[in-house]
Design a protein around this ligand. Sequence first.
Ligand SMILES: [Zn+2]
Length: 100
Amino acid sequence: VAYVAAHESGHFLGLYHPTESSGTVFDPLRDTPHCECTQCGLAQATCDKTGLPGNRCTHASATCGGGANLMFWLVSSVSQGYLSPEQARVARSSPLVSSP
Ligand SMILES: [Zn+2]
């Protein structure tokens, strides 16, 4: 429950999913690993139907990682709750966090 609360708080502070469930739509940040469905050995139809599973997104590459990120679209056994430096910057920049 705490993990989901932290994830949803991330949205509230302005963060997007680094990779959406289709594996074809990504956040605009440069340092979040993306997980491209077809780059990770899956058929696009599979990702479209069931969503991209986190355990396919555990590589250290920029196109097949991010399953462990707090803001990955799905909580799974590989979730570790980390944020990239850019994600941390976005969250800290929220008017809800920073004061003038
Ligand atoms: Zn979300």
